[in-house]
Design a protein around this ligand. Structure first.
Ligand code: CA
Length: 333
């Protein structure tokens, strides 16, 4: 009986371990850190989160049932998801508005709307990527074309006709500029260039992911290294870590967050609110750098919890048999 319990426990540990490295495979807890003057880090209970939208001083998160929850600064315009809400599959934000893809592939947005970022939403139901910027948004369609809407005083919504119209792989809306990963692995950018975030765009076609800060860019190369450019006032460019063990990136307003292949976090740049003091007591699968707070997804359960559950399960199973082991594992916390 005891040997059976050990085998089951070992199998469960292997299953959870492999799940940690597959983002989105399991619903997760959210860990938040950094600026918390308005409760933007006071994450609601529950381990069923699959996505986050970290705004300037508030946070939205998507539960596995497609509903959105909100915490941090509360205002009538930005706090509440339009009703009837529908079911969402992806949410994103950066300034004070949220852009979302519903499960039918159509777009919606809510929050600050002075520049039409929430009521001039592109129509259609073929969207599979979104990025909310300072006052504008970008979305990519399944045919690899993109749309931009919202504030356009600095050309952040002017997609160059020189770019291949169906050549976009991913998009990132910054403060007042836009960044894109092309299907050939090169980068494109347009909009505000005051910190040379357009002029100093890295060349080459070895890029795998992009993220845009307020005035700086961050890219992940296909060999797992990082490149940053643009505003460097807080070391968000020059302090970029070396190495080729990175798997995900997220640029905050003037700081950066990256996920390493061992599921740990690293952060650098502006740190007045301890945004770059990343948590180290869990294993992470998703990241989201906000203005001055950071968010990360950690699968159920955290390693320390898992160890306790494993030891408790083993002891209990040794006394009572196999079935209680399952009960302990699936209780969560
Ligand atoms: Ca998202």
């Amino acid at each position: 009986m005891q040997r059976t319990s050990l085998t089951i426990c070992a199998t469960m540990v292997l299953l959870f371990s492999s799940a940690w490295f597959c983002e989105g495979a399991f619903a997760s807890y959210i860990v938040a850190w950094g600026r918390n003057d308005l409760g933007q880090c006071n994450v609601p209970t529950g381990g069923d989160f699959i996505d986050t939208a970290g705004l300037y001083d508030r946070t939205m998160a998507l539960r596995s049932n497609g509903s959105v929850v909100h915490w941090g600064r509360q205002t009538t315009s930005s706090s509440h998801v339009p009703q009837p809400a529908g079911i969402f599959q992806d949410i994103d934000g950066f300034g004070d508005h949220v852009v979302a893809i519903k499960t039918d592939g159509s777009l919606t947005a809510w929050g600050y709307n002075l520049f039409g970022q929430c009521n001039n939403i592109p129509l259609g139901n073929n969207f599979n990527g979104i990025s909310g910027g300072g006052f504008h948004s970008l979305a990519v369609k399944s045919d690899h074309s993109i749309v931009a809407w919202g504030r356009n005083d600095l050309g952040q919504c002017n997609i160059s006709p020189m770019l291949p119209p169906n050549g976009f792989d991913a998009i990132a809306a910054g403060g007042e500029w836009s960044l894109a990963l092309m299907m050939d692995g090169s980068l494109a950018a347009w909009g505000y260039d005051g910190k040379l975030q357009i002029t100093n765009l890295p060349i080459g076609n070895n890029f795998a992911a992009v993220s845009a800060g307020w005035d700086h860019g961050l890219a992940l190369t296909k060999n797992g290294s990082l490149v940053a450019w643009g505003n460097d006032a807080d070391g968000q460019v020059t302090n970029t870590p070396t190495g080729n063990n990175f798997v995900a990136i997220s640029a905050g307003w003037d700081w950066n967050l990256a996920l390493k292949s061992d599921s740990t976090l690293v952060a650098w740049g502006f740190n007045q609110f301890s945004s770059t003091n990343v948590p180290t007591d869990a294993i992470f699968t998703g990241i989201d750098a906000c203005a001055y707070h950071g968010l990360a997804l950690t699968p159920i359960p955290e390693p320390a919890t898992l160890t306790l559950l494993l030891l408790g399960g083993l002891a209990f199973a040794g006394l009572r048999g196999v079935r209680p082991v399952f009960r302990v594992f699936f209780q969560g916390r």
